[in-house]
Design a protein around this ligand. Structure first.
Ligand code: ATP
Length: 341
């Protein structure tokens, strides 16, 4: 029997609950310090206790996963804590496309795939001298918004960068990525592409709540002006959003373009869950600054089903359960190789 395995963090509860509901065995690779937390959940059949998630690369861990015929579900923690080489070297079959995760981690590759998918991306600024509009300055990799800052010109950029270096948030030799700031309503569009059905499903939308940038809006301008702190975009949590129905057609088009581009650029393509992240401006025009090529933590708000999935399924369907359903169907029809890498 196939088992579903994942790392204990991010969206692991949702993923394993969904797997259990589909009648599959569930395995959690769990850091020792979190053992007590995860033991609270009866739908987790087996815990593999590790000191660090990197132990998933060890023979011992991989053997247990192999004995259980496990499929590993990648999420943000895997990407944040392991290099692309390490992720690609994992022998356990991974749900979706493990090769595309490198395209998510590397800023230049990311931009290339987004352009290939025709997504409207914010203009990058290669030299701080050329900053003539409000920009956002980002670190490499999935830093979760920590240490990101906004700048209006070169002087502002240098002042904030130096301040963050002196506070130990940034290192001196770190390459920063600058792009134009897109103002508007944040929307993180969550999709699932089924290679078995060759169909794209729109799952839902979430918004991220980021500290300190969000808290700033609650402070009167006079106090904001006196503050010397450089506000960061550190993610604290997520909340649901539904879109104006007139925007849905374009949402599907963006998702389909992304799936098509991924098929061309990084085989076998964008299989399974993914997310296109951006901002709607005053003309309801979407600008996308980011994608995630795997399940996002924002899907945790819909553990009991999302508004858009309730239109597609006559049952409660979380993203975790949708993944498990795809794996179950593939197992029953001997097509696991179609949905894993
Ligand atoms: P993660 O991997 O957790 O998604 P990340 O480190 O790749 O994060 P981004 O998602 O690119 O970072 O950016 C973090 C946050 O910064 C976004 O959620 C958004 O609030 C803000 N942001 C990023 N780029 C832009 C932009 N061009 N215009 C406006 N806001 C932006």
């Amino acid at each position: 029997m196939t088992a579903i395995a994942t790392l204990g963090s991010h969206c692991s509860l949702q993923v394993l609950k969904g797997a259990k509901d589909e009648g599959l065995k569930t395995i959690l690779v769990c850091e020792k310090k979190r053992e007590k937390l995860y033991q609270r959940f009866p739908f987790i059949d087996e815990l593999i206790i590790v000191e660090s998630f990197k132990e998933i690369l060890d023979q011992k861990c991989q053997s247990i996963l192999e004995e259980n015929e496990s499929v590993l579900i990648p999420h943000g923690t895997l990407i944040a804590q392991m290099s692309s080489e390490e992720i690609e070297s994992i022998k356990t079959p991974m749900f979706g496309n493990k090769w595309i995760l490198r395209w998510e981690s590397d800023r230049e590759m990311k931009e290339k795939l987004m352009r290939e998918a025709n997504l409207p991306v914010p203009k990058p600024v290669t030299n701080p001298k050329d900053i003539d509009k409000l920009v956002i300055v980002k670190r490499q990799g999935a830093a979760g918004g920590k240490g990101y800052f906004m700048a209006a010109n070169e002087e502002d950029y240098n002042a904030k960068r130096n301040q963050l270096i002196s506070e130990g948030v940034l290192s001196k030799d770190e390459t920063l990525y600058i792009q134009e700031y897109a103002a508007g309503v944040l929307a993180y569009l969550q999709f699932f592409y089924s290679p078995l059905k060759e169909e794209l499903e729109f799952f839902g939308v979430d918004q991220r709540h980021e500290s300190d940038i969000e808290g700033l809006g609650r402070i009167p301008a006079a106090q904001q002006l006196k503050s010397t702190k450089v506000p960061s975009f550190n993610v604290i949590g997520n909340s649901p959003l539904v879109l104006r129905e007139s925007l849905l057609d374009e949402v599907y088009t963006m998702g389909e373009n992304f799936v098509e581009a991924a098929k061309r650029v990084v085989k076998p393509g964008m299989n399974g869950p993914f997310c296109i992240e951006g901002v709607y401006d005053d003309n309801a025009k979407f600008t996308s600054f980011e994608f995630s090529a795997r399940i996002v933590a924002g899907s945790n708000i819909y553990m009991d089903g999302s508004p858009y999935y309730s239109l597609l399924f006559n049952e409660t369907m979380s993203m975790g359960k949708r993944i498990a359903r795809e794996i179950k169907t593939a197992t029953e029809t001997s097509q696991l190789d179609k949905i894993t890498t």
